[in-house]
Design a protein around this ligand. Structure first.
Ligand SMILES: [Zn+2]
Ligand SMILES: [Zn+2]
Length: 200
């Protein structure tokens, strides 16, 4: 599929609506999610906890993964590991199959100029022309990723690590300092919540 066809797809439009902008990260996340779903033979988004994903990044791509797989932060089947890697492991609870999809080194080449422009946008020093230039770099990179051969983008390998446990639901207890309801497993032994401990 070429980039224009993907951009016109409903599932991609949903990713875009959820994330807010088109970017290389969203495109990478979309490609990884679609490949992960295909590998697991998962036909539809996870309504409950049929599928589980662990994400090794909290960057843009993580949003497309949630939209496409239905594994979400709130349902507890989207598990964050702070590794700073564009890598995701998709699991199907029914079949027990898991697959890790990880960005290859040098698969996402960003030019120095593009990187420089990202910096200027971030610290609000970009001129209008530089903003336009940034947008065109960004759109071009995003489309290139959508069209790239999947094997040039990612390593895809079946894993045999245990499937993460289902989300736990605990009856709340009260923090003795702030009096707010808290998951008991997050209270310390003196029944004080992490928020109160941090601000102490
Ligand atoms: Zn983004
Ligand atoms: Zn508290």
């Amino acid at each position: 599929m070429n980039a224009q066809e993907i951009l016109a797809r409903d599932d991609f439009k949903k990713c875009l609506a959820f994330h807010g902008h088109l970017c290389p990260g969203l495109s990478m996340g979309y490609r990884a999610a679609v490949a992960g779903m295909a590998y697991l033979n998962a036909k539809e988004r996870s309504v409950d906890e049929e599928l589980v994903v662990t994400t090794e990044t909290d960057a843009c791509c993580a949003d497309a993964i949630q939209v496409i797989t239905g594994c979400t932060f709130g349902k507890g089947n989207f598990i964050y590991k702070d590794y700073g890697k564009t890598a995701f492991t998709f699991f199907n609870r029914k079949t027990g199959i898991g697959v890790r999809i990880a960005l290859k080194f040098n698969a996402f080449d960003i030019s120095n100029r593009h990187f420089e422009l990202i910096g200027r946008i971030k610290n609000n020093t970009a001129t209008d022309n530089e903003r336009k230039e940034f947008q065109s770099h960004h759109a071009r990179r995003s489309k290139a990723i959508l069209e790239k051969n999947i094997d040039d983008l990612f390593s895809i390998s079946e894993v045999s690590v245990p499937i993460p446990e289902k989300a736990t639901i605990e009856k709340s207890q009260q923090c003795i300092k702030c009096n707010e309801p808290v998951m008991p497993s997050k209270l310390n032994k003196n029944k004080i919540c992490r928020g109160c401990l941090e601000s102490a």
